[in-house]
Design a protein around this ligand. Structure first.
Ligand SMILES: [Fe+2]
Length: 103
């Protein structure tokens, strides 16, 4: 991971893995994970900018786009889970563990 903190924020404009060195069979999964990271980063960025602006319309637009990015996270995740059955299983496991912890 090559995360570069800029002004207190983690900027992820570059794919944080060396795709050329990755084996072909895992490449698509890594692309989908990187796409998810980019979408999650976009949500943070848009929400941070929405908090910064004094303009109501810009704020409204940024929050609407942030919501759309959450859909994009879901799209990439859905495809990733089709390709990564271990992740599908562990995602459910993680949810179960948190639910048990919160009881
Ligand atoms: Fe997006």
């Amino acid at each position: 991971m090559s995360l570069k903190p800029i002004g207190g924020t983690m900027m992820l404009s570059k794919i944080p893995i060396d795709l050329e060195r990755v084996k072909k069979e895992v490449l698509d999964k890594e692309i989908l994970r990187s796409a998810m990271i980019a979408e999650l980063d976009a949500i943070n960025l848009y929400e941070q900018m929405a908090d910064m602006t004094q303009n109501k319309n810009i704020r409204k637009l940024l929050l609407d786009v942030a919501r759309e990015e959450k859909t994009h996270v879901g799209e990439f995740q859905a495809l990733l889970l089709m390709k990564d059955k271990e992740q599908e299983k562990e995602l459910k496991e993680g949810k179960k563990e948190v639910e048990e912890l919160m009881e």
